[in-house]
Design a protein around this ligand. Structure first.
Ligand code: RRO
Length: 312
């Protein structure tokens, strides 16, 4: 059994792929994703110019997850256009997804336009929740700015599906406010959630924080964040599920976690911390676990699962 998925005019051969961030910055990492069971090749969020990112140490793993403050280290978007051209030749059946970040509206618009014109990129994920640039708030926590930016983005012509990477919302009023903004635009999907921001992990042995940048605060992924991710997937599925796809991201490390995200309302899922920890072998393992689990439960199609949480 396999489940394919459709986003706009793009077919994904399966429902599990990588999130933007872990192991998707260099050409070598992107080729490894192409050779893996990941159903797409998602590239690291890219900015107009290359960035070295924040000082090390900027990523650490712990038993229950990971903390990062990478600071948008990337090779600049023009390189990702080149990488996509090579990747498409090698992996013609895998959708290639560009993740886009800017420091002002003009940046976003430039990148959306250039990627729309790039035949080897299939899908655009606009990262409205880029957290680690010192002095800059996340756009998606500012509903007015999000609205203004989206209005401009959706005047750019092009036929590639555009989705958004959203941060976690912790207050239902915020979720509803963002949903009202998103409803106004032909958004193909939203990815819920980016890492949970402004967290501190302390090593009691060394009596130090784990990472160096930004007052040692970082962005949390893994087991810690799964309930937050599921809540955001569920809330947006209820609010927007009839208009756009929800992609689940947060705390998925086995097949049962995939099933839970689908029940909450995700049509597809992305792997983050588990990819960092386990490398690309995680895709085949989690896919196998997921299909065994749903087959044992008697499901024959993904549509029977998506959103069908048995509410109390
Ligand atoms: O590069 C990062 O520090 C980073 C980004 Br752009 C993001 O969207 N999410 C995250 O956890 N780290």
């Amino acid at each position: 059994m396999t489940f394919t998925a459709q986003i706009g005019n793009v077919t994904f051969p399966d429902i599990i792929y990588n999130s933007s961030g872990p192991r998707c910055t260099t050409p070598e990492e992107l080729v490894a994703l192409g050779n893996s069971e990941s159903s797409a090749i998602m590239m690291k969020s890219c900015s107009p110019e290359p960035r070295t990112g924040n000082p090390e140490p900027r990523y650490k793993e712990v038993e229950l997850g990971s903390i990062n403050s990478i600071g948008l280290a990337n090779h600049g978007y023009k390189k990702y256009i080149e990488y996509a051209t090579d990747l498409k030749k090698q992996f013609p059946d895998k959708p290639i997804v560009a993740s886009i970040v800017g420091f002002c509206h003009e940046d976003f618009l430039q990148l959306v336009e250039d990627f729309q014109n790039e035949p080897n990129v299939d899908v655009l994920e606009v990262n409205l929740s880029c957290p680690n640039v010192v002095g800059k708030p996340q756009i998606a926590y500012d509903f007015e700015t999000s609205d203004e930016l989206l209005e401009k983005i959706f005047t750019i012509s092009g036929n590639k599906p555009i989705g958004l990477k959203l941060p976690p919302y912790f207050d239902p009023v915020h979720t509803a406010s963002m949903a009202e903004v998103l409803k106004k635009y032909p958004i193909s999907f939203i990815t819920c959630i980016n890492s949970v921001g402004n967290t501190l992990i302390i090593d009691p042995e060394t009596e130090q924080p784990l990472i160096a940048p930004k007052w040692w605060l970082g962005w949390l992924g893994g087991d810690y964040v799964k309930p937050v991710a599921l809540a955001n997937v569920r809330a947006f599925y209820k609010l927007l599920g009839d208009r756009m796809r929800i992609i689940g991201c947060g705390g998925i490390k086995n097949g049962v976690d995939v099933f839970e995200h689908l029940l909450a309302g995700a049509s597809m899922v992305q792997l983050g911390t588990v990819l960092w920890k386990e490398d690309v072998e995680c895709f085949g393992r989690i896919q196998k676990e997921f299909y065994e689990y749903v087959e044992n439960k008697g499901y024959t199609s993904v549509d029977e699962v998506i959103g069908n949480l048995k509410e109390l």
